[in-house]
Design a protein around this ligand. Structure first.
Ligand SMILES: Cc1ncc(COP(=O)(O)O)c(C=O)c1O
Length: 289
């Protein structure tokens, strides 16, 4: 049973999101993090024994970098154990993913597409590997509006933030989407605790109408900006994403990159950091432009 009969404006918004995700069941949330918590809560419930207390599969796979902080924090709050999967500069190492799934102790895998907002993931391969082994949760905060990357056919659950500097930049809220009613019902107590502020529905609806255009404009900007960094090493240059990540070796190289960013007013973040890359790199935050 769904929580309540959706109001018409909310229904209009969730219909648009269904079209963008290929998922029928959509719940708007107060934030992206609420959606992540709900997704992990659903996965945990699926892993409970008949006594409804013992957790049969306790591990949550997360990327070793280019994810989001709560992928690590929330499993711990749910008495689950986060385990890092290796990545090639953010892109999931499929061999390591397979290995980590071999012991039948994994509850779910949560990852971001594109990795750290800059590198498209092999979602079909990931889904194939995880299918029948664990629940796949894909964070589409950086790909909503792109039918290839934000594709619910290749994940059991999608989560997304509409927060500041996201693709849908309304500074508030997010959603969780799925196709499986049992999974949805697993999180009903969470959905009953949170309420998307209806004051944002109009703004959100308008943003959803133009989101394909929004992401395509960001892709174009990214391509243009990349030309300014031809002399540097752009990581996963050929992969789709909305940010640009450059690796550097020397302080001098770093200063040159920062200089170009400052002159052109490109926002940037210096790594190492978990939500981008855990090495010497600069993330040019095209998504903020
Ligand atoms: C990829 C990703 N997922 C989830 C979140 C959390 O979203 P929120 O700030 O709406 O809780 C963020 C926030 O920046 C994010 O970048």
């Amino acid at each position: 049973m769904t929580k309540f009969v959706k109001q018409s404006k909310e229904q209009e918004v969730t219909n648009k999101l269904a079209g963008l995700t290929s998922h029928d069941l959509i719940e708007l949330t107060e934030s992206g993090n609420t959606a992540i918590f709900a997704a992990l809560y659903i996965a945990r419930k699926q892993c409970l024994a008949k006594d409804k207390k013992t957790i049969l599969k306790t591990k949550v796979l997360i990327p070793d970098q280019a994810g989001w902080f709560t992928y690590k924090k929330y499993p711990q709050m749910l008495e689950l154990e986060p385990i890092e999967v290796k990545t090639d500069n953010g892109i999931i190492d499929l061999k390591d993913l397979k290995n980590k799934l071999s012991k039948d102790d994994v509850c779910c895998f949560i990852y971001q597409n594109p990795a750290g907002y800059f590198a498209e993931q092999p979602i079909k391969e990931i889904h194939n590997i995880c299918k029948n082994k664990c629940i796949t949760i894909m964070d589409v905060s950086g790909s909503i509006g792109d039918n290839e990357l934000c594709n619910g056919n290749y994940a059991d659950i999608l989560v997304c933030s509409f927060g500041k500097w996201k693709i849908i930049n309304i500074g508030y809220g997010g959603f969780i989407s799925l196709n499986n009613m049992d999974y949805y019902n697993n999180a009903i107590e969470i959905f009953n605790l949170t309420r998307f502020d209806p004051a944002f529905l109009d703004f959100l609806s308008k943003e959803l109408d133009v989101v394909k255009n929004t992401i395509n404009t960001l892709y174009k900007k990214r391509d243009e900006i990349m030309l300014k960094f031809n002399d540097f090493k752009i990581i996963h240059k050929k992969y789709k994403g909305v940010n640009i990540t450059l690796s550097y070796k020397t302080k001098d190289e770093l200063n040159k990159i920062i200089d170009i960013c400052r002159k052109n007013k490109y926002p940037y973040v210096i790594c190492p950091r978990y939500h981008r890359l855990k090495k010497k790199a600069v993330s040019i935050e095209v998504k903020r432009l």
